[in-house]
Write a protein that binds this ligand. Structure first.
Ligand SMILES: CC(C)(COP(=O)(O)OP(=O)(O)OC[C@H]1O[C@@H](n2cnc3c(N)ncnc32)[C@H](O)[C@@H]1OP(=O)(O)O)[C@@H](O)C(=O)NCCC(=O)NCCS
Length: 161
């Protein structure tokens, strides 16, 4: 298993084809997908995504159980690829235990090691849990914007220099 990074409680590792079923289950949960366009009802979409996802995504397993709880990404931002973009999606049963904060802090450390000047993250303006994670890891709210020209969204940044 290609382990990317470990934190106190989590292992971030490469995806495996078998993760498709887990990802499909997570993506079918309306609560998980509240701010992400709604639940994905066709599991095949998730299987296909696991096979073709862009680089920079890792599965998070709980070290104590070996069970996956979601994914994190740290990848070049689309508009400004020299900046890295942080993101995360976790199953509902894993929420509220500080896992997103813990793995995000580890990924900011990775970004620092890679020499990235800045990490950015965006979220639906109403996604208060996600915004709180960004704040807890030291990111600063830098802009409000309309995603796709219509969805009120917030942008956060942290300078790593
Ligand atoms: C957003 C998400 C990753 C957070 O994961 P998590 O492991 O629960 O996050 P943490 O436990 O590290 O921190 C969550 C913080 O947000 C707070 N929070 C959660 N929901 C909240 C809400 N509705 N309003 C205000 N604060 C909220 C928590 O209390 C906690 O803050 P605290 O430690 O100060 O109490 C998780 O809820 C998730 O996967 N949601 C669905 C997918 C998603 O929206 N991804 C982000 C897209 S931008």
């Amino acid at each position: 298993m290609a382990v990317f990074r470990e934190t106190a409680r989590l292992r971030l590792r490469d995806f495996r084809s078998e993760d498709g079923a887990f990802i499909a289950r997570m993506n079918s949960d309306p609560e998980v997908m509240t701010f992400l366009g709604g639940p994905m009802t066709d599991p095949q979409q998730s299987f296909d995504w696991v096979e073709r996802r862009p680089p920079g995504f890792w599965i998070a397993d709980v070290l104590a159980t070996g069970e996956p709880i979601g994914w994190f990404h740290l990848r070049p931002e689309r508009q400004e690829p020299f900046q890295l973009e942080l993101g995360y999606r976790l199953i509902r049963s894993a929420w509220g235990q500080g896992f997103a904060t813990e793995a995000s802090l580890a990924l900011l450390e990775v970004a620092r090691e890679w020499g990235s000047p800045r990490v950015v993250a965006t979220t639906d303006a109403l996604n208060l849990g996600s915004r709180r994670v960004m704040e807890k890891v030291g990111m600063r709210h830098t802009a409000d914007f309309l995603y796709d020209g219509k969805l009120p969204s917030a942008r956060y940044e942290i300078e790593l220099g």
